[in-house]
Design a binder for this molecule. Structure first.
Ligand code: AMP
Length: 372
């Protein structure tokens, strides 16, 4: 396709930090962004050239949005698929609704990964309390019970350690159906991100190790300190998924690394991903620019990683309070999201410590390079 010329407008569904950082990357390439979200003064809206504040179900507002933009993308994976169904006849949507639908639903996601040849943790669909009992009989305990939709940052899941945990978890988790997964005794969690262009060009970023605190991503280490074959396999997996989806945009894949070196796919997201924030500062072309390039039909270069990196999320008031210290640190890139409310458990910014290439693979524990 012909690239969108500078001055064109990219429509972004969702007003969060991923849209904000996409809009900033788009601005650098001469594009304007129009953010559509239900909340006014969201992080994305603050840096947008135009805004629509309306519910995702508002057909008239969506039609006005479609008329005002040259292409539409999304930064929030819980945008209703029906929203893209309304927009798709009016304006190109990248990625398309199929990628959104699969990314929103754990069951579709698992089936899709399996059909693309990726291994996932043993799982069962749980539609009733009886299903839960038979799923536990099949998979054993411990196990993890999860909602199939609307779960993020560890919300919508429960670790079941004994049969005494079942009733409370069954009562709490909604909406149903649920899935039960065997508990994975992983050695590390890693992720990889692929970008795919409308012409089929595919590039991948280095695999990343992710460590969580209270179910929320805490630090990402890049490149993941894993054997080369594992890193290559992680990149090949996400590339294979992007290819079979025919997606135009970004796809992130979170995986469990088992002690025997095998990878299990856990979750995918057809958008920029928190575990790729390090790429903004440690690559010539970071994930947000790659996202913009893919949706605008620009060439997709190799990312050109020039540093190793350790990214730290600033989650909640305590972590956010470190920002003045982070702003004073050499070799640390600070990103704050402009959120009005500094609340517990909220992602408010991140900081990336840039390290000389090769530092991570030589370090005993690269996590100690986290900027705070
Ligand atoms: P998810 O919402 O699926 O990304 O899960 C959030 C986090 O919970 C993961 O990053 C893991 O740390 C943990 N987790 C999820 N599923 C499993 C599992 N089947 N076995 C062990 N840990 C899990």
């Amino acid at each position: 396709m012909t690239p969108l010329p500078p001055g064109s407008t990219i429509g972004i569904l969702g007003g969060g930090q991923l849209g904000r950082m996409s809009a900033l990357a788009a601005a650098r390439l001469g594009y304007r962004c129009h953010v559509y979200a239900p909340e006014a003064d969201s992080p994305g809206m603050q840096v947008a050239a135009a805004r629509t504040v309306a519910p995702y179900e508002d057909a008239a507002a969506l039609a006005g949005f479609a008329a005002a933009v040259d292409v539409v993308t999304f930064e929030f994976e819980n945008v209703p698929a029906a929203t893209l169904d309304i927009l798709a006849p009016l304006v190109p949507c990248r990625p398309g609704v199929e990628s959104l639908r699969i990314g929103q639903d754990r069951v579709l996601e698992k089936r899709f990964c399996e059909s693309a040849g990726l291994a996932v943790a043993p799982w069962r669909l749980v539609e009733s309390r009886e299903d839960l009992a038979s799923a536990i009989a099949a998979l054993g305990l411990p196990a993890v019970l999860k909602t199939t939709r609307l779960g993020y940052d560890g919300r919508g899941q429960a670790v079941l350690r004994s049969t005494a945990d079942l009733d409370a978890a069954w009562a709490r988790l909604a909406p149903r159906p649920l899935v039960l997964e065997a508990f994975v005794p992983f050695e590390r969690e890693i992720s990889a991100i692929a970008a795919r262009g409308a012409d089929g060009t595919l590039v991948t970023f280095d695999a990343t190790e992710n460590r969580h605190a209270r179910h929320i991503l805490d630090i990402s280490i890049a490149p993941a300190p894993v054997p080369q074959a594992v890193a290559d396999a992680a990149r090949a997996h996400v590339a294979a998924l992007a290819e079979s989806l025919g997606l135009v945009g970004l796809l992130a894949l979170e995986m469990f690394l088992l002690p025997d070196g095998r990878l299990l796919a856990n979750e995918m997201a057809p958008r920029p991903h928190n575990s790729g924030h390090w790429t903004m500062d440690a690559c010539l072309c970071g994930q947000f620019e790659m996202h913009v390039r893919a949706v605008a039909g620009l060439p997709l270069p190799e990312p050109g990683r020039h540093h190793d990196a350790v990214m730290k999320n600033l989650v909640g008031p305590e972590s956010f309070a470190a920002w003045p210290a982070l702003a004073a640190m050499p070799a640390v890139a600070l990103h704050l999201y402009g959120k009005a409310e500094v609340r517990e458990g909220r992602k408010l910014g991140h900081a990336t410590h840039l390290l000389a290439p090769g530092t991570v693979s030589k370090a005993q524990d690269p996590g100690r390079f986290a900027p705070v």
